[in-house]
Ligand binder design. Structure first.
Ligand code: SF4
Ligand code: SF4
Length: 181
């Protein structure tokens, strides 16, 4: 699934917020769905071991064709006192798998959020672009997402991957609209 992007690539390449984290294990680290992992592993874009929860036994099973992975977080790696996504290139702030990055990364600075048994789209207040963008353009993009999240194929993807909805510290986020999966 491919989403239209709000933030211009050149702005992101100059920003130092995304793709690096203060802790090795964090809810902010990107999640990859089963089909995203299968694609990246099959195409030799990423090795299975970069994903949390992969053991040698699982990899052997995966190679025999009976792969059943489910959603996994990518394992962060230590870099200069903080932790980065292994797909992140700290020298130029680029993503090494940009065209194949997961749905979560395409969606950011918007996030799939769970509160109890309710599902929402939220906006991360940390993204500096959201302070610069003109209000009508932001509203237009949020309306675009609202429409996307009403489409049956998007809802079906979200139903299959409910674990993409995470519980985040709400002080960092602005709730935008509920998602009826
Ligand atoms: S925080 Fe916003 S501007 Fe910065 S890299 Fe992420 S999406 Fe781009
Ligand atoms: S996959 Fe790419 S966009 Fe996503 S966190 Fe890693 S480096 Fe950033």
């Amino acid at each position: 699934m491919q989403l239209k992007q709000l933030v211009p690539e050149e702005f992101c390449l100059r920003c130092d917020v995304c793709c690096r984290f203060s802790q090795a294990h964090t809810v902010w680290a990107p999640l990859f769905t089963d089909s995203e992992i299968k694609y990246l592993v099959k195409k030799n874009i990423l090795p299975p071991l970069v994903f949390t929860g992969h053991s040698e036994t699982k990899i052997a099973k995966d190679r025999s064709g009976s792969m059943s992975i489910c959603i996994q977080r990518i394992n962060l790696i230590e870099h200069n006192g903080y932790f980065i996504c292994p797909c992140f290139n700290p020298s130029d702030h680029s993503c090494k798998i940009y065209t194949n990055r997961p749905f979560e990364c395409q969606l950011y600075p918007f996030l799939l959020m769970r509160k109890g048994d309710k599902f929402y789209l939220a906006q991360d207040k940390k993204c500096p672009y959201l302070d610069k963008i003109e209000e009508p353009r932001l509203k237009g993009y949020i309306n675009y997402l609202k429409e996307e999240f009403k489409k049956e194929d998007t809802l079906s993807f979200l139903r299959q991957n409910q674990k993409l909805f995470a519980e985040y510290p709400t002080t960092d986020l602005k709730l935008l609209f509920p998602i009826a999966i």
